[in-house]
Design a protein around this ligand. Structure first.
Ligand code: GLN
Length: 481
């Protein structure tokens, strides 16, 4: 998945590399999802081809219907064996996309195979607003519903994305022309705060409609904790602002760093301050302009990434924050570059580098893991998912996490090279977190600095609005000081 086209790659505890939507689900429901929650057509096709090679379809012609559609249904029915009560399946894309046809057909069959009160179709649709004539248009929704009906699916609920309140007349029109009850036309208006959306949908009666249809017992939801959280967020003084720059290379599409950005907001909620985030292109940063470009920020994040583009700008950035005592958080590649910068400018190993960026560097302070040597270093060969990390007592990391063993998610191929550990530590770049066997360095920090910490993992993947990631909370707190 190209970050420019797709946004960030989200990683689950069990190491699935998924679409960023899964990150939003985790942030909203505060549950860790798994491989089973992310189904791509690649997985479906690869399973079908594997089954065919094993002879499971002997004598049959392998076709989209039924083989591909059965495989898709299996992903949904697979939850029947677990203690799951309700499966919510989001189908990405737009009705009518060629890519989605087999999936739409599969969920049509699900509706046929299960009892009518056990299956519900919700259609999420956009209501465009035309400012010239000050009106909301219902036509596109009528057309996409018509398209869905031609595939044999009748939506039970319409969730309507809109910038403005939907007038009653439009609700009536949608109900009549799209063949849904008026109470099932749910407004989903752009909210002042992303995390307020569930409360808005509750007010609109989405859960009531769903429960009625699925014949679930009447319920009174308890959203009080979430409501308090939203109230606290709304009460943050708008003039109390902390400015943080993310210095990376995928800056043209904000979604490339969505979890990092959300984590900074979460840390703002925890510190009762508004966090303003700017994306700064590391390719434009040089020794000559680094101060001009970055001195307006209270803190800096250098996030993860791959490849050489923009690397020297990241290293200049880290030198600047280290020397000028600007609060800094390095993530994955950002941590690796913090090690390279320190080796070059403090240990004076001028040619220090990561083996990813310069394969034959004389001083590979970041190198490939031993068991991966000789493997073609591309494709699915990364350290993925959650791994435990043991934290050194007395360190900044320990202060932040407040516990000795943590678990964080990974997505990388290269590691800190222990051959340089003693020199680096003696010069002041301390190792404060490692794998339980002590061999893989997970966290580095500088003691004589207001906030300089970097992790080999991605703390942003586990941050939630009501459970912010400690490394981000610490960063914002340091910025406030
Ligand atoms: N490119 C680096 C590696 O593979 C870092 C990856 C990352 O930042 N996610 O180790």
């Amino acid at each position: 998945m190209n970050p420019y086209e797709h946004g960030e790659v989200f990683v689950t505890d069990d190491g699935a590399e998924t679409d960023l939507d899964l990150g939003h689900y985790e942030r909203f429901i505060n549950e860790n999802l798994t491989q089973n929650s992310s189904v791509t057509m690649g997985k479906i096709y690869s399973n079908v081809i594997e089954k065919e090679r094993k002879g499971e379809y002997l004598g049959k012609t392998v076709q989209v219907i039924p083989h591909i559609t059965n495989e898709i249904k299996q992903k949904i029915y697979g939850f029947e064996e677990s203690n799951t009560d309700i499966v919510i399946t989001e189908i990405g894309g737009t009705v009518g996309d060629i890519e989605g046809l087999s999936i739409i057909e599969a969920i049509r069959q699900v509706g046929l195979e299960k009892n009518p009160e056990d299956v519900l179709y919700i259609h999420v649709t956009l209501l465009p607003y035309i400012s010239g004539s000050n009106e909301i248009k219902s036509k596109p929704t009528q057309h996409s519903v018509k398209e869905l009906q031609s595939f044999g699916i009748k939506p039970d609920i319409l969730v309507c994305r809109t910038e403005r309140d939907i007038p009653d007349s439009i609700r009536e029109k949608l109900a009549l022309f799209c063949n849904v009850r008026k109470t099932s036309v749910i407004q989903n208006k752009t909210a002042d705060c992303l995390y307020a959306v569930p409360l808005m949908l509750e007010e609109e009666g989405l859960a009531r409609e769903v429960c009625n249809h699925l014949k679930l017992e009447k319920y009174i939801p308890d959203n009080s904790k979430w409501e308090t959280m939203i109230e606290n967020i709304r009460n943050i003084d708008k003039n109390k602002v902390v400015k943080i720059a993310i210095v990376g290379k995928y800056i043209k599409l904000e979604d490339s760093y969505i979890s990092v950005i959300e984590s900074l907001y979460h840390a703002g909620f925890a510190n009762h301050v508004k966090v303003k985030v700017d994306l700064v292109d590391s390719e434009t940063i040089t020794k000559g302009n680094v101060k001009d470009k970055l001195s307006i920020y209270d803190g800096i994040v250098v996030p993860g990434g791959f490849g050489n583009r923009g690397i020297e700008g990241k290293i200049e950035t880290i030198k600047y924050v280290r020397e000028n005592k600007v609060p800094f958080l390095g993530i994955c590649l950002g941590m690796q570059m913090a090690v390279v910068e320190f080796a070059r400018n403090v240990l004076n190993l001028k040619d220090a580098n990561s083996a990813e960026l310069e394969e034959n560097t004389k001083n590979p302070v970041i190198h490939i893991m031993e068991e991966q040597k000789g493997i073609d270093k591309k494709g699915g060969t990364m350290r993925l998912g959650a791994y435990p990390c043991v934290i050194k007592e007395g360190s900044l990391a320990y202060q932040l996490y407040g516990e000795k063993e943590i678990s964080e998610r990974h997505r990388h191929r290269y590691e800190y090279n222990n051959a340089y550990r003693q020199q680096l530590e003696e010069a002041g770049l301390k190792v404060s977190g490692t794998s339980p066997d002590g061999l893989l360095v997970e966290i580095v920090e500088i003691e004589d600095h207001p906030y300089f910490i970097a992790g080999q993992f991605h703390p942003e993947l586990k941050s939630r609005p009501n459970k912010p990631a400690p490394l981000f909370v610490g960063l914002v707190k340091a910025c406030l000081k």
